[in-house]
Design a protein around this ligand. Structure first.
Ligand SMILES: Cc1cc2nc3c(=O)[nH]c(=O)nc-3n(C[C@H](O)[C@H](O)[C@H](O)COP(=O)(O)OP(=O)(O)OC[C@H]3O[C@@H](n4cnc5c(N)ncnc54)[C@H](O)[C@@H]3O)c2cc1C
Length: 560
């Protein structure tokens, strides 16, 4: 392995490098070492292999370890040399997911091996080391994401809706991957040949250098990369949270930090609707704004730090006529819960255009993050909708596109959008607001090529060569999966607490002498928070607030 002993190009230097790979002082080393057991390792001994589960952390006392990434077709890449006072580990160490890299002794070394459970205990109790370890883990993940260094390689095309879906699934789950583009990358042929696939099989995902998936579903990706492997499905949980948007994540952070055994169930990725936002500017504490994805990944890491786990799944079904409650998942898994928080939020509303689904992901998008922005750089685009999410998308996309047309059915934005966004739109020369205008037709072969819009006052239509439409027209509650377990209002939102009438409680066979708590549904111990709840103000802050408040009621229910 002599060829791998060259230092990596040090793109990261100075204080940033120190944050990613800090060197502990003597006292800190001693405290960290007290959570593990000493071990002598010989040159070239492999301590962690790519794909290993439940990976420990190694603190180097003397000698050197190297973190390397085996390559698909050529030699391995040296990611980092870890020296005395430094430690290995990454976010996967907290979550219990599989290793992204191989860790090997670069010379005979003395290390201390710290098991995952001991590390979790340490980050919850030792404030100073928690800051250093968590800071390093988060920075390492950010670096891996930025450099595309992970255990997955995606070969696809920027014109393919499925490539976009897979990219979004991996990115929003914070999973680093290498992307090879059919149209742009020179070595694409050799990679395809190496795995015995052709361009027509793409998008192709290669997991851990050996398993080749042709156009995999999100579930197949989650299984292949082991997203759910660390979760023990047989344990009765204190709290199962369904939905990992801002409301569910807040409930997970507060619940786990207050000692509850918490499992989050999520169909797509942490972040929910907020994860589709390029920049949230009105959330307290972030004066320069924060992208929805950053907010979600921070919250998810925070929940993991306190021991909460997440299971990615579809087909969630609540069985409501038994305690503990039973949540059934696709594939037959059954999770038992003493208390449940429903935080399934809302789904994007679609436009009434007959061939819309053909272009979803291939010119029609429901989120405006940097991934979509890259797809339409320098082009003309359309944002449909007059709410804050449409305003944010228009302002964000105007920075990288040629021209943005905002289409609204009504006469303006004043009633639906915050003033600060309206002002920004007015001051941005490459944004045009078209009022009383609706999209009526989409055309194209594999990708959207032309759109037609109609003025709903004059009936005049206009066709334009525009290949990217961002649909930001609001959302409907995600309550269809509940199968009548809890009482909903006339629009399908879940009714809770004081909103429930005595008659509704009687009809739902409410069994207790007390009335439901503030966020409690017609099922004792089942709460609803965030956008899915009737009367909720549809904002990140209110979702986070409700998710946090629900936990105090969960404690009361668990005592009953
Ligand atoms: C583009 C955009 C920009 C926005 N910008 C802002 C802003 O700047 N400021 C602001 O305050 N608000 C903003 N909002 C609104 C804000 O994002 C929402 O109010 C907030 O995300 C609601 O959080 P939630 O957790 O209740 O629901 P959601 O965010 O909708 O999350 C629900 C989660 O549940 C999951 N789920 C659904 N069904 C199931 C199931 N059966 N099983 C398991 N999981 C399930 C979903 O996949 C999702 O992750 C924006 C919304 C959008 C779409």
């Amino acid at each position: 392995m002599a060829e791998s002993r060259t230092p990596i190009p040090q793109a990261v230097t100075g204080t940033r490098a120190e944050r990613i790979f800090p060197t502990l002082n003597g006292a800190q080393m001693q405290r960290l070492a007290s959570h593990g057991s000493p071990r002598s390792v010989r040159t070239d001994e492999v301590l962690v292999e790519l794909g290993d589960k439940d990976i420990p952390v190694f603190l180097v006392m003397s000698g050197e370890l190297e973190v390397v990434r085996p390559s698909l077709t050529t030699q391995e890449t040296l990611i980092r040399v870890v020296g005395p006072g430094q430690f290995t580990g990454e976010i996967n160490t907290l979550s219990g997911r599989r290793a992204f890299a191989r860790i090997r002794a670069r010379q005979n070394s003395e290390v201390v091996q710290i098991a995952r459970a001991s590390l979790l205990a340490l980050v919850q109790t030792d404030e100073e080391l928690s800051d250093i370890v968590m800071g390093a883990f988060i920075s390492r993940r950010v670096e891996l994401l930025a450099q595309g260094l992970g255990d997955a390689t995606l070969v696809g095309s920027s014109h393919s809706a499925d490539t976009l879906r897979i990219k979004e699934f991996l990115t929003r789950n914070g999973h680093p991957y290498t992307y090879i583009d059919l149209e742009r990358d020179a070595d694409v042929e050799s990679v395809l040949a190496h795995f015995g696939v052709s361009a027509s099989d793409t998008p192709v995902l290669v997991c851990r250098g050996h398993t080749v998936l042709r156009n995999p579903t999100n579930r197949e990706i989650a299984n292949c990369l082991g997203f759910n492997e660390a979760v023990d499905e047989s344990r009765v949980r204190d709290l199962v949270i369904i939905g990992a948007g801002p409301a569910g994540l807040a409930a997970a952070v507060y619940g786990a930090s207050e000692g509850l055994d918490v499992l989050l169930l999520e169909t797509f990725s942490p972040g929910g609707q907020a994860g589709a936002s390029s920049k949230i500017e009105n959330y307290l504490g972030f004066p320069t704004g924060i992208s929805g994805n950053d907010l979600a990944s921070r919250a998810y890491v925070q929940a993991q730090k306190f021991g909460a786990q997440m299971f990615l799944t579809t087909g969630t079904r609540l069985t409501c006529d038994r305690r503990p409650y039973l949540v059934e998942l696709e594939g037959g898994a059954k999770i038992l819960a003493r208390a449940v928080v429903i935080a399934t939020g809302a789904k994007y509303r679609k436009l009434p255009i007959k061939n819309l689904s053909r272009f979803e992901g291939a010119g029609v998008y429901y989120g405006a993050t940097f991934i979509e922005a890259q797809l339409c750089s320098g082009e003309d685009i359309i944002v449909v909708g007059g709410g804050n999410s449409a305003g944010q998308a228009a302002v964000f996309l105007s920075q990288s596109t040629n021209h943005v047309y905002i289409l609204v059915r009504g006469s303006g934005l004043a009633e639906t959008m915050s003033k600060y966004l309206i002002r920004r739109i007015e001051q941005t020369p490459n944004i045009t607001l078209l009022t009383h205008t609706e999209l009526v037709d989409l055309e194209g072969d594999n990708h959207l090529e032309r759109v037609t819009w109609r003025n709903n006052q004059t009936d005049e239509t206009e066709t334009k060569s525009i290949a990217h439409v961002f649909v930001m027209t609001g959302a409907d509650p995600t309550t269809d999966w509940l199968g009548g377990c809890v009482v909903l209002d006339s629009k399908g939102f879940i009714k809770t607490g004081p909103d429930l009438t005595t008659e509704e409680l009687h009809d739902a066979h409410w069994p207790l002498g007390r009335r439901p708590y503030l966020l409690e549904t017609t099922l004792p111990g089942v709460f609803a928070v965030g956008d899915v709840r009737g009367g909720n103000v549809k904002r990140v802050a209110s979702a986070v607030g409700e998710g946090s408040i629900a936990i105090s009621f969960v404690h009361q229910v668990l005592k009953e």
